[in-house]
Design a protein around this ligand. Structure first.
Ligand code: CIR
Length: 252
């Protein structure tokens, strides 16, 4: 059961954030509406939501997932891989210190939380343009001290590992075609997302309900087969900034 979610309000400078999407100019008021609906969806699932103020000068700071990895035993504050995002993690230190003992990823390690997927006691750590081997090794040591088994996996497609692979309960992963059949994921059942719906791979199972982006009918049909309640959320504006559902909160 997840009890708590930390979110950060997107700031008016958000369109200056990093993006490769090429999906056009994002709209601030739509983003705020979508962000509010996302926060309300988490609250309706029993999470107490903590909404932080925008961070001026850090237009991607509402993608809070990237600056920490939180497990029941501790919170690990990351060292973000993109230079433009380095510094976003600092204001998260006092916030998380109220909830967990803290640890940090240290230079020369880099790690974005979007590259970390924890399923039971397995922690997948994507090696990506944001997360380097040193950052993954530091995270692995911190988590293995608490009984997790860390497994690295190369992120050859998409921004972060969780852009392409998420957990939809039990032993089942939702995976993009690029990750389907990867030997590192062989212990898991896989629901494969069609290539044209790749964005929907970033889906979030929260307290027994599946939150998934609106507009991906084939993936929705596949998820319906799991027999869990599903909430569709419009993420069009975050998508224009390469962000998705998991990116916009820290849940624990
Ligand atoms: C970035 O490029 O860092 C942001 N524009 C998007 C981050 C998305 N975060 C995530 O997938 N965890």
């Amino acid at each position: 059961m997840f009890n708590h979610a930390i979110l950060r309000q997107p700031g008016p400078d958000f369109a200056a954030g990093l993006t490769t999407a090429g999906l056009g100019i994002p709209d601030y008021s739509r983003l705020l509406d979508q962000h509010r609906a996302y926060a309300e969806a988490l609250a309706s699932l029993g999470l107490q939501t903590e909404l932080l103020e925008p961070l001026p000068g850090f237009p991607d700071a509402y993608f809070v997932e990237d600056v920490a990895v939180v497990v029941p035993e501790l919170a690990i504050v990351t060292r973000p891989g993109a230079l433009a995002r380095r510094g976003e993690e600092l204001p998260m230190l006092p916030v998380l210190a109220r909830h967990r003992p803290l640890a940090r990823i240290l230079a020369p390690g880099t790690l974005d939380g979007g590259d970390v997927l924890i399923v039971g006691r397995t922690a997948f750590v994507g090696l990506s343009s944001r997360t380097n081997a040193e950052g993954a090794a530091q995270l692995g040591r911190l988590l293995s001290a608490h009984g997790y088994q860390a497994r690295t996996i190369a992120v050859a497609a998409g921004l972060h590992f969780k852009s392409s692979v998420t957990s939809v309960g039990g032993n089942t992963l939702l995976v993009s075609e690029a990750f389907a059949g990867r030997p590192e994921l062989a212990d898991f059942q896989q629901i494969v997302v069609d290539a044209e719906e790749e964005y929907a791979s970033n889906t979030l199972l929260m307290n027994g309900t599946i939150l998934t982006p609106a507009g991906f009918p084939q993936t929705l049909r596949k998820l319906e087969g799991l027999g869990m309640p599903i909430t569709l959320l419009d993420t069009s504006e975050a998508r224009k900034m390469d962000g998705g559902l998991t990116c916009m909160s820290l849940r624990f």
